[in-house]
Each structure stands twice: as structure tokens, then as C-alpha cells.
Design a protein around this ligand. Structure first.
Ligand code: ZN
Length: 72
């Protein structure tokens, strides 16, 4: 059985635009939106987010509605 082991001390953020994981320690591109910091893998992702943050933060874009897990 394979377990997902999280490396201690490593905090990974998810780029809300392309869903890539970004290391918060090395990420140079970030945006604050409504009190939350978002990290980006590329300038194009940050630009797209800054122009329309709500588009990338809608739960539907990252999770199917009605999946039944109750996460949102
Ligand atoms: Zn990206």
C-alpha cells in the first residue's frame, strides 16, 4: 500500500490558474486576494489571476459540483 508522505517543512501551494503545485519558499510570484496569498508558477498565471481572481476561485473550476464530499 502506497501512502502519500508529505515532506516536513515543505509547504506546497497550488497555482489557482493552472493547478500546478508551487513551493511557497521559492515562489516569486504571488498575489494577495481577500486575505489569502496565492502562488503562481509563471508571470502569465499571475497576470491571469490578477485580472479576474473570481474566475479561478470558483469551486466548480477545481471540483465537480455534486461530488458528495461536502468540501464546499
Ligand atoms: Zn501556473
Amino acid at each position: 500500500m502506497t501512502r502519500i508522505v508529505r515532506e516536513p517543512g515543505k509547504t506546497m501551494a497550488v497555482d489557482p490558474v493552472c493547478k500546478m503545485t508551487v513551493d511557497e519558499k521559492t515562489a516569486k510570484l504571488k498575489s494577495d486576494y481577500k486575505g489569502t496569498t496565492y502562488y503562481f508558477c509563471a508571470p502569465g498565471c499571475k497576470k491571469a489571476f490578477d485580472e479576474n481572481p473570481a474566475k479561478y476561485l470558483r469551486p466548480e473550476s477545481q471540483h465537480k459540483t455534486g461530488c458528495g464530499c461536502g468540501c464546499r
